[in-house]
Structures are given as structure tokens and as C-alpha cells.
Design a protein around this ligand. Structure first.
Ligand code: RIB
Ligand code: CA
Length: 316
């Protein structure tokens, strides 16, 4: 059987229930070679999301380093989201304690090390504020050409969620997003345009729970908790944001992806952090981003269930 061509991956996020579900999905993809996990403050403080990341790595038996990133945005103060993710940032199912030491490198230097040492170009999947990636691009511009793609969950071309104009990950650090969107590095954006259509309903995650393996039980428990606040906002299903940034890489055929020039609003009382698309090429700028706009929701759910089924007999 022909060798699967490996795709080196860095997972950067702020786990966070949906980050965690996206990382479970990433861990099941044969061609993905996860080289490192890097953490950034957002859903909770840096300390909490880093502890969560290390526990997720232990849960998934990932023999990789977790490196701690920036504890606040490039400019301004940190905002966090305990209302969605709880006091720990990953409230709900019990998880194993970390089984690897925290990397001695910062997230930025760990990312740079992975890029330098990888023969293949590296895909970075960011599911939190883009602070670490921006800092990497600012500190190591010479490594830009080693990045194959930055697949992000962030933004929303039609609406925000933390404010009416801005989605949380971008609003946490608009200057970081501006740096990334102006870097020239290939970008794929899963904004609210697709992630608010990536609704996973309770009956969907009961399919996951019914798999009765340890990872499926945890993923169902993460959906249980995450949906508590999401439901209170009026959603009939869990807006499953971060897994879109993973799934759109491995099953692009179930997504509607458009190329647009996208810029980041940095000023304004009401729209700071907005991601603004030039749909009609009014700016004369070439597209800088593959914008994921829609999906086949049922196939998305089926692939999530399929991924969780791969953990049959898993030892936690
Ligand atoms: O707006 C949704 C995003 O903010 C997701 O990445 C979620 O984990 C939070 O970080
Ligand atoms: Ca996240």
C-alpha cells in the first residue's frame, strides 16, 4: 500500500471545548503529523488553557511538546470567556493529568523550531486569538516560506458574536489578526459564516456518546457543557466553531470556500475586530484568504462521529 504523505501540523489554540474537539479530530487524521501544540490566552487565562492543552495531549496519547504562548494580546487587555467554557476553561468531563513536561521553549520559539526542522512546509491550525502566529511572523519573517497554510477559526464576514461586529478570536487580538492577514502567508478562514452553520444537535452528540469509548464519552461531555451557554443564547445546536478549521482541511468537498480580500478593522467604538471582505474587488487588492462560507452539516457531523469511533478500546 502506498505510503500516506505526511502533513506536518502545529495546533495553536485556547482550549476551550471546541478547540479540544477539533484537536481530537486532528489526532485521528492519518496524514496529519502533529508536531506541537501551542497555547494562547483567550477562552481562559494562559495558565488554564495550557493546563487544559497538556491534559488533552495526555488524553490523546500525543507524544509531543505543549509550549506556552502569549498571556495577552499584542496590544490592550485580555478578554476571556468563562461563560462559555467555565472556570477551568474546559469544565465538564474528568481528564488525565499531563504526562509530558511543559516545553522549555515559548510557543513562538517552539513554532520556529518546528518550521526550521521540518523538511515539508507546515500547516498551522489556529483556533484562538492569532497572537502567537503574529508574534512568530514578526519575530521570524525568514520562516514564512516554511508555512504551507494557516487554517484559522476566527472572524465573521457577515456578523460577530462577542460584539455585533467582531468574533471573539479576532476581537481578543485585532492587531495580531491584522499582522496575519497582511503577512502574505496562505490563509484559510473559518469564520462564523460557516461555524454558526456547523450546528451539532444533542441527538448528534448522543450518536458519539453511544460509541461507548473513552474519547467519545469525553467529547459528548464537552458538548453537554459547551451547549449549556450556547442554548441559553437561543441556539438549537452547538455552534461547533474550531473543528471547522480542521475538517475543512481534510474534507474540503463538504464546504463552500470562496477567495476574498479580507482586512481587519482596528479602530471604531463598535466594529473593532471586524473581518471585512472586499466581495466586489473595490479595493483592487488580490484575495488574501480562502473564506469558508458554508458546509454540508450532516456530513460534518458524520465525520465527527466517524473520528470518535476510531478510539474504540482506547486506554485513558
Ligand atoms: O468565537 C468562537 C471562538 O472563540 C472559538 O475558537 C472558541 O473556542 C473561542 O475561542
Ligand atoms: Ca478556540
Amino acid at each position: 500500500m502506498s505510503e500516506i504523505k505526511k502533513r506536518p501540523i502545529i495546533l495553536d489554540g485556547d482550549p476551550g471545548h471546541d478547540d479540544a474537539i477539533g484537536w481530537v479530530l486532528a489526532a485521528t487524521i492519518p496524514e496529519f503529523e502533529i508536531k506541537a501544540i501551542t497555547t494562547v490566552a483567550g477562552n481562559q487565562t494562559l495558565e488554564k488553557v495550557t493546563y487544559n492543552a497538556r491534559r488533552i495531549a495526555a488524553l490523546l496519547h500525543l507524544d509531543i511538546e505543549v509550549a506556552k504562548g502569549r498571556n495577552k494580546p499584542l496590544c490592550g487587555d485580555l478578554i476571556i470567556a468563562p461563560n462559555f467554557h467555565g472556570e477551568t476553561g474546559l469544565d465538564g468531563p474528568a481528564l488525565p493529568e499531563p504526562d509530558h513536561e511543559l516545553s522549555k521553549l515559548s510557543a513562538i520559539e517552539k513554532m520556529a523550531e518546528v518550521l526550521r526542522e521540518s523538511e515539508e512546509k507546515v500547516t498551522i491550525i489556529t483556533t484562538g486569538a492569532q497572537t502567537n502566529v503574529a508574534a512568530l511572523l514578526l519575530a521570524h519573517p525568514e520562516l514564512k516560506e516554511k508555512i504551507a497554510l494557516i487554517s484559522t477559526m476566527g472572524g465573521g464576514l457577515r456578523n460577530g458574536n462577542w460584539t455585533s461586529g467582531a468574533e471573539f478570536n479576532i476581537l481578543v487580538d485585532p492587531e495580531a489578526a491584522y499582522t496575519v492577514y497582511h503577512s502574505g502567508v496562505p490563509l484559510q478562514m473559518c469564520g462564523l459564516d460557516v461555524t454558526e452553520k456547523a450546528l451539532v444537535y444533542p441527538e448528534d452528540w448522543e450518536r458519539i456518546r453511544a460509541l461507548h469509548n473513552p474519547i467519545a464519552e469525553v467529547v459528548a461531555g464537552w458538548f453537554d457543557f459547551f451547549f449549556i451557554h450556547v442554548k441559553s443564547l437561543g441556539w438549537a445546536g452547538a455552534t461547533t466553531h474550531d473543528p471547522c478549521a480542521v475538517m475543512s482541511l481534510i474534507h474540503p468537498e463538504i464546504f463552500d470556500i470562496r477567495d476574498y480580500y479580507v482586512d481587519i478593522e482596528l479602530s471604531g467604538n463598535y466594529c473593532r475586530g471586524a473581518t471585512v471582505a472586499d466581495y466586489n474587488n473595490r479595493t483592487g487588492n488580490a484575495p488574501n484568504c480562502r473564506c469558508v462560507m458554508d458546509l454540508d452539516r450532516e456530513k460534518f457531523v458524520d465525520y465527527l462521529v466517524e473520528a470518535c469511533a476510531k478510539f474504540e478500546g482506547w486506554e485513558v
